[in-house]
Design a protein around this ligand. Structure first.
Ligand SMILES: Nc1nc2c([nH]c(=O)n2[C@@H]2O[C@H](COP(=O)(O)OP(=O)(O)OP(=O)(O)O)[C@@H](O)[C@H]2O)c(=O)[nH]1
Length: 149
């Protein structure tokens, strides 16, 4: 329906290496959720499907190439679920975050300007501060990393 308010759809990837670590990105300090560690990704553009958005976002944010066939849906999180606590100062809106796992890519991941990248081991994950929807998805990411790293 015209003018209907829909949830913001965001797609993200858990890239895993052979040591079972997961690539995470620290958001630039001056942005929403600044300083928090998240799975790389971003918003779907109008008319775009989640896999197309994922391929585009990893190219833009990490300068790497992934094939849709190498990306496995791991799960999703939405902020109307019980237990999801918004970060102070973040706008109130419905967001759905779709997480994919991926163990194959071309190129060397590079951080975009102002961001930082880290290969995160499972034992370090607990100590990272993340945006609310990335928190429940981290468990799925590390399970995938353990099975596919
Ligand atoms: N990963 C993640 N993103 C969230 C959560 N909650 C929430 O509002 N978002 C928002 O979802 C959007 C993700 O898209 P994005 O990564 O392309 O956004 P951005 O601010 O980096 O880039 P932009 O300049 O395109 O807006 C951001 O506006 C982010 O703040 C969450 O819990 N996890």
């Amino acid at each position: 329906m015209a003018g209907e308010q829909r949830a913001l759809m965001v797609v993200a990837v858990a890239l895993v290496d052979h040591a079972g670590r997961v690539l995470m990105q620290r958001r630039p300090a001056d942005r929403e959720h600044g300083g928090l560690w998240e799975f790389p990704g971003g918003k779907l553009e109008p008319g775009e499907g989640p896999l197309a958005a994922l391929v585009r976002e990893v190219d833009e944010e990490l300068s790497i190439e992934v094939s849709p066939g190498d990306c496995v849906p791991l799960g999703f999180a939405a902020n109307d679920a019980p237990g999801i606590v918004a970060v102070a100062g973040a706008p109130r809106r419905d967001v759905v975050l779709l997480l994919y796992g991926c163990a194959r890519w071309r190129g060397e991941p590079r951080a975009e300007e102002g961001a930082e990248l880290g290969w995160i081991a499972p034992d370090v994950c607990e100590s990272l501060e993340m945006p609310p929807l990335d928190v429940p998805l981290a468990r799925l990411a590390f399970e995938y990393a353990q099975a596919n790293g």
